[in-house]
Design a protein around this ligand. Structure first.
Ligand SMILES: *Cc1c(COP(=O)(O)O)cnc(C)c1O
Length: 489
C-alpha cells in the first residue's frame, strides 16, 4: 500500500476535504451559546482532520495491515487460543433487538435475551457436566476470583475457615494472582518429571487447611492429567474443593467433562473457546460452572425462570438468594460475548463441538511431531490442543527463544507464546487450533526450518529480527514502563 496512507491522518488532512456532504438545513440557525451554558463550551474548535471518505478508508486499512491479526495470518499462541471465529456470530450479536436493549428495561421487555442466556447456562452445564452456571464474570481471571469468593463462602457455611489454595507450578499466572486477591495463601507444588501433578507432593498438602486445589486440565503443557480421579479423591477427602481452570476448553468439548472428572467448579473463557475473538480489544466473558454444593453462593443476579399464570415460562433476574456472594458485575454480564457463545454452540451442535476438539488435538499433534526434532520436547507425553517445546539447545549457541519468536514475525506469522509455562526453559508454547488447514500448518513448519537454518548460516539475522515489520525490535520493558517517553519520541 502506498506510503501516502501510512501518514498520520492529520498529515493527510487538507482544507475543504470532507467525507460526507450534508444537505443544507431547512430550520433556522441558532447560536450554540443560547442553549449551552458558557462553562461547557469549548474555547476553541476541536482539531479535526479534513479527509475524503476514500482517504479515511485507506488510512485505516493501512493501519489494520500494520498489526498482525487472525484475519491476516496464522496465530499459534499457546494457552490463549487465537482461533478464527465465525463472522456470522458478530452479525447475530449485533442484531438491533439485542444491541438496543437497555440494561434497565423491565424484564418483560427482554424476555428473548433472558431466555437465550438461560438456555446458554443449560448448554454450558451440559458441555462441562455441571449443575449451574453464572454468566456474570467479565474474564477468566474474574471467574477465578468469583469462584474463590464462593469457595470461601462455602467453607464458612460449613463452619470452616481453611486458608490455602494449592496450585501446580505449571499454572497460568492469573491463578496465583486471583488466590492472593481473594485473601488466600498460595501453595505451589512442583510437577513430576512427566509434567503432571505429583500425587505424593499433593497429598502432603491435603490437610485441614486446604480450601481448594486449582488445576488446568489438560494442563498448560497440553497434557491430560490422567490421575484426575485420584486427585479429586485426595482433595475432597481433606475437605477441599477442586477448581478447574477451563479457559481453554477446546481440548475437551464433547470428549470429556470436568464435572465427571470430579471438579466442583470450572470457568470458561467465551473469548477463547466460544467464538468471541480473543484479543480483539473488547471485553471478555468468564462464565463459571458449579456443582450443586456451590450453587447457593453464585453471584447475583442469576438468570432464572418460573411459570406464569397461563403456564408459560417467564424469565427473570433472581436477586433473592440469601447465601450469594453478591454482585461481581453490573446487570447481565458482557452479553454480546454470551450471545456469540450461544450462536457458536447452537450452530455447531454436539457433533460439531466434538469435531472442534478432535481437530484441535490432531492439528497440535501434527505440528508437535513435525517440530519436536528441531527443538526439544521436554515432556513428551501425548499432548492435546497445545504443546511446549524448548529452545535451550539454541540458547547455548547464543540464540534465545525470544530471537526465534521475533524472526517468525518476518514471515507474516504471529509468534507462539514464549517463556510460559515457567517450568520449561526457553519455552515455545504452540497452539494451532482447529481452524488451520494442513497447508497453513506445513507453511509454519517450513518457516521454522528456515529459521533453524539461519541459526547456522546467519545467526545475526535471527538475533536482530524482526526486519520486515512496521517497527523493529522494541525495548519491551521500557515500552511498558515509560509509555509517555515512547509516545513522545
Ligand atoms: C487466558 C487464561 C486465563 C485467564 O483468562 P483471562 O480472560 O485472560 O483473564 C486463565 N487460565 C488460562 C489457562 C488461560 O489460558
Amino acid at each position: 500500500m502506498s506510503e501516502l496512507y501510512e501518514k498520520l491522518i492529520f498529515d493527510l488532512s487538507s482544507d475543504g476535504h470532507a467525507g460526507i456532504s450534508l444537505p443544507h438545513l431547512d430550520v433556522p440557525e441558532i447560536e450554540i451559546s443560547d442553549i449551552i451554558p458558557p462553562e461547557f463550551l469549548r474555547k476553541s474548535p476541536p482539531v479535526m482532520p479534513s479527509v475524503s471518505e476514500p482517504d479515511v478508508m485507506r488510512h485505516f486499512v493501512a493501519l489494520s495491515r500494520k498489526n498482525h491479526h487472525i484475519d491476516k495470518g496464522f496465530y499459534p499462541l499457546g494457552s490463549c487460543t487465537m482461533k478464527y471465529n465465525p463472522k456470522v456470530n458478530e452479525n447475530l450479536a449485533g442484531l438491533r433487538e439485542f444491541v438496543d436493549a437497555h440494561p434497565l428495561f423491565p424484564e418483560n421487555a427482554v424476555q428473548g435475551t433472558l431466555s437465550l442466556l438461560y438456555e446458554l447456562k443449560d448448554l454450558l452445564c451440559e458441555i462441562a457436566g455441571m449443575d449451574s452456571v453464572t454468566l456474570q464474570p467479565a474474564a477468566g481471571a474474574h471467574g477465578e476470583f468469583t469462584a474463590l469468593l464462593m469457595i470461601r463462602a462455602y467453607h464458612k457455611k460449613n463452619k470452616r475457615n481453611p486458608n490455602k489454595i494449592i496450585l501446580p507450578d505449571s499454572a497460568h499466572g492469573t491463578n496465583p494472582a486471583s488466590v492472593v486477591m481473594a485473601g488466600y495463601e498460595v501453595v505451589q507444588i512442583k510437577s513430576n518429571d512427566r509434567g503432571l501433578v505429583d500425587i505424593n507432593r499433593l497429598s502432603d498438602h491435603c490437610d485441614d487447611d486446604l480450601a481448594a486445589f486449582m488445576l488446568t486440565n489438560p494442563n498448560t503443557l497440553g497434557l491430560f492429567e490422567s490421575e484426575i480421579q485420584k486427585i479429586a479423591h485426595l482433595v475432597h477427602d481433606a475437605g477441599g474443593l477442586l477448581y478447574m481452570d477451563g479457559a481453554n476448553l477446546n481440548a475437551l468439548l464433547g470428549l470429556a467433562r470436568p464435572g465427571d472428572m470430579g471438579f466442583d467448579v470450572v470457568h470458561f473463557n467465551m473469548h477463547k473457546t466460544f467464538s468471541t475473538p480473543h484479543g480483539g480489544g473488547g471485553p471478555g466473558a468468564g462464565a463459571l460452572g458449579v456443582k450443586s454444593n456451590l450453587e447457593p453462593f453464585l453471584p447475583v443476579p442469576v438468570v432464572s425462570r418460573k411459570k406464569d399464570r397461563r403456564g408459560d415460562h417467564l424469565y427473570f433476574l433472581d436477586y433473592k438468594r440469601p447465601d450469594t456472594i453478591g454482585r461481581v458485575h453490573s446487570f447481565y454480564g458482557n452479553v454480546a460475548n454470551l450471545i456469540r457463545a450461544y450462536c457458536y454452540i447452537k450452530n455447531l451442535g454436539p457433533e460439531g463441538l466434538k469435531e472442534v476438539s478432535e481437530t484441535a488435538i490432531v492439528n497440535a499433534s501434527y505440528l508437535r511431531e513435525k517440530l519436536k526434532d528441531m527443538f526439544e520436547l521436554p515432556y513428551d507425553g501425548e499432548t492435546m490442543h497445545e504443546f511446549v517445546l524448548s529452545g535451550s539447545r539454541y540458547k547455548a549457541r547464543g540464540i534465545k527463544t525470544l530471537d526465534i519468536a521475533k524472526r517468525i514475525l518476518d514471515f507474516g506469522i504471529h509468534a507462539p507464546t514464549v517463556y510460559f509455562p515457567l517450568i520449561v526453559s526457553e519455552a515455545l508454547m504452540i497452539e494451532p487450533t482447529e481452524t488451520e488447514s494442513k497447508a497453513s500448518l506445513d507453511n509454519f513448519v517450513e518457516v521454522m526450518k528456515t529459521i533453524i537454518g539461519e541459526i547456522e548460516s546467519d545467526p545475526e539475522k535471527v538475533k536482530s529480527a524482526p526486519h520486515d515489520t512496521p517497527v523493529s525490535r522494541l525495548d519491551e520493558a521500557m515500552a511498558a514502563r515509560e509509555i509517555d517517553i515512547c509516545y513522545n519520541e
